[in-house]
Ligand binder design. Structure first.
Ligand SMILES: CC(C)C[C@H](NC(=O)C[C@H](N)C(=O)O)C(=O)O
Length: 316
């Protein structure tokens, strides 16, 4: 099987100032994940690495750069899933850690459970020797400004759900195993304790070698109502291509519950899609040593990938 990776950096509107950083961030993440796949690494390692690189990148709403809750704190959700055996791990409402996706993977591999939240997730992180990151270090000027403005009585909350940037990745490796990973700070000025789609299996992501893998972004409550990632896999099980399955599921979410979002998908023969019902979604993919990426509907740039480009992406 030829390896493939697809990543997204959120389906919200991307303001001009963040466009370049967002594009560079998804390209870098896709190249890093592809580097792992090219060396014979697993889909699971590739999606974790791709998501980790975007968590560390302040341009995105995940890890450092996460949006803030109503109290002005970071609370993050993340999920990872292995399509080989349907194992998954997730964390919700976690603070003070740099890479929630890593903690989600540890939940999958080191516990008998699938989802740890808040205080318990924090204790688990300590037990696993993950260093504590002061909340302040995850907060950027952009996220604090957004939070402050959103507290003003005349601000429009819709406006502040625009320039966010949840992150995700799906991949298939040489062995034909698929995996997905998704990570987010959630929605700006959300209630304390609000858990979104990202931490919920089948909503923020799903992976099954028998059909493929999907990672989602968008209005979390809508995504959860239609269990978007699993719905996409269902359509692929019924014979649809990744693109058709993605469009059908997004259309259902729009007409049934009025929700908008975006998805990345790979099927078990390595066909992929990056589709969205919002105006924009930053995405990138590498397949057959060709990098494709875009932000606007219909936009698609292509570049050949060589060793030099891959090692350049590793410096971050
Ligand atoms: C307004 C939407 C399209 C922006 C999008 N947000 C999320 O994906 C949030 C995540 N699904 C949740 O609900 O916790 C983004 O970050 O780009």
């Amino acid at each position: 099987m030829k390896p493939v990776i697809v990543v997204h950096g959120g389906a919200g509107r991307i303001f001009k100032e963040r466009e370049e950083g967002s594009r560079a961030g998804v390209v870098r993440a896709a190249l890093r994940g592809y580097g792992i796949l090219k060396q014979g690494g697993s889909a699971l390692d590739a999606v974790e690495e791709a998501v980790r690189s975007m968590e560390d990148d302040p341009h995105f709403n995940a890890g450092c750069g996460s949006v803030l809750n109503e109290k002005g704190e970071v609370e993050m959700d993340a999920i990872i899933m292995d399509g080989k055996n349907l194992d998954s791990g997730a964390v919700s409402a976690v603070k003070n850690i740099a890479n929630p996706i890593k903690l989600a993977r540890l939940v999958m591999e080191k516990t008998k459970h699938m989802l740890l939240t808040d205080h318990g997730a924090h204790l688990f992180a300590q037990a696993m020797g993950i260093p504590e990151t002061p909340g302040e270090k995850l907060i950027t000027e952009r996220s604090r400004e957004r939070w402050k403005k959103n507290l003003e009585p005349d601000s429009n909350p819709q406006e502040f759900q625009k320039d966010l940037g949840t992150v995700g990745a799906v991949a298939i490796d040489r062995e034909g195993n698929v995996a997905c990973a998704t990570s987010t700070g959630g929605l700006s000025n959300k209630l304390i304790g609000r858990v979104g789609d990202t931490a919920c299996i089948g909503s923020g992501g799903y992976a099954d070698n028998r059909s493929g893998a999907a990672s989602t972004t968008g209005h979390g409550e809508s995504i959860m109502k239609v269990v978007l990632a699993r719905l996409i896999l269902y359509h692929m099980e019924q014979g649809m291509s990744p693109e058709m399955a993605a469009d059908t599921a997004l259309e259902y979410m729009k007409t049934r519950v009025g929700g908008l979002g975006g998805v990345i998908v790979v099927n078990n023969s390595g066909e992929w899609a990056a589709r969205f019902s919002t105006k924009q979604m930053s995405w990138a993919t590498v397949k057959d040593d060709q990098l494709h990426y875009g932000i606007y509907a219909g936009e698609r740039d292509t570049k050949p990938v060589d060793e030099a480009l891959i090692s350049e992406s590793e410096g971050f």
